[in-house]
Design a protein around this ligand. Structure first.
Ligand code: HPA
Ligand code: ZN
Length: 326
């Protein structure tokens, strides 16, 4: 049964959200028609029926494929505007939004088109949706370190719109250390640093992201729980983990939502937050994730408020501008 939504959603920040993962089947078909792109699905039902993921890679294959419909700046504006409207309705007051530049430049869509398109929606987000925003550019870890460096270089004209860098895509076999140089360059440019780690990859990747890449937050970080010493360090240093419970179920990082380690992570004193990851694919936006963990894991009102408080503490609100080197 669907959890009953809260009548007045808790104000919260969303810190782990891939804008490409907000592409709903209806918008995908509308953009495909507008751009003359042929999709390998007859209709939205057939597309939704294809969302049977067995792991991260099977999801990524579909996710990168569907991006073919995103061609113009206007497409990216519509995509981001639709996300911000849905997020606002679920209590999001601040969103730190990932995008995957290489997934677009590889298809011939220029980086400027992506950033300006997203930027147009973000520029009017506070006024239109009451949501403040930041943009975080992710490197695809299954691409080369050279490609990541070239992407950072190509982003230089747009750095006034970009708060930080992240690392996503296929994790196992692509340890954080592969990206040492590009993270050093990003830090020198005054960019904030985060990375996906410990989703499918081991706890050692979480350590490496902290030690080698100097990240301030860990995206997912689920498998940190396998390393008690790492947990102590994350607690001591108040390193936030951006958890995505419904994503973890759909990508089989946990067996069922009832098995999710969120309650033990809270009990351990970790600064955890709840986020949606790729809401169009994983069965819900951030409020839906809150509702699901409340209903299935039996979180108390105090615990839900703590998650919301953590999301603002873990955000790059307020304290990012002074750190910018420019
Ligand atoms: N993990 C890694 N890469 C991703 C994800 C994820 O959950 N979503 C979009 N790209
Ligand atoms: Zn993610």
């Amino acid at each position: 049964p669907q959890p009953r939504p809260q009548s007045r959603p808790l104000p919260k920040a969303e810190l782990h959200l891939h804008i490409e993962g907000t592409l709903e089947p209806e918008l995908a078909f509308a953009l495909a028609a507008r751009n003359g792109v042929e999709l390998p699905y007859r209709d939205t039902e057939e597309l939704r029926a294809a969302y049977r993921f067995s792991d991260l890679q099977s999801f990524l294959d579909l996710y990168y494929g569907l991006m073919a419909v995103l061609r113009t700046a206007e497409d990216f504006t519509e995509l981001a505007d639709a996300y911000l409207a849905r997020a606002a309705a679920q209590g999001v007051r601040h969103a730190e939004i990932f995008f995957d530049p290489q997934a677009h430049t590889a298809r011939g869509v220029p980086l400027g088109t992506v950033v300006e398109g997203l930027g147009a929606a973000l520029d009017r987000s506070e006024e239109r949706h009451g949501v403040s925003t930041r943009l975080i550019m992710c490197f695809l870890r299954d691409e080369s370190a050279e490609s990541a460096l070239a992407t950072l270089e190509a982003a230089r004209p747009y750095l006034d719109r970009i708060t930080g860098v992240g690392l996503d895509s296929a994790e196992v076999g692509h340890p954080p250390a592969k990206f040492r140089e590009v993270y050093e360059a990003a830090a020198a440019l005054g960019l904030r640093r985060v990375a996906h780690a410990g989703e499918e990859g081991p706890a050692a990747y979480v350590r490496e992201a902290l030690d080698v890449l100097g990240v301030e937050r860990i995206d997912h970080g689920l498998r940190s729980m396998e390393d008690p010493e790492l947990v102590s360090r994350l607690v001591r240093d108040r390193v936030p983990l951006t958890l995505c419970p419904l994503s973890n179920v759909r990508l089989r990082a946990v067996d069922t939502l009832a098995d999710h380690p969120l309650p033990s992570m809270l009990a351990a004193g970790l600064v955890v937050t709840v986020n949606s990851d790729d809401p169009a694919y994983f069965g819900g936006y951030v409020g839906d994730n809150f509702d699901a963990v409340r209903a299935t894991l039996g979180l108390s009102p105090d615990q839900l408020r703590l998650l919301a408080r953590n999301s603002f503490e873990a955000s790059f609100l307020d304290d990012d501008e002074p750190r910018r080197a420019r």
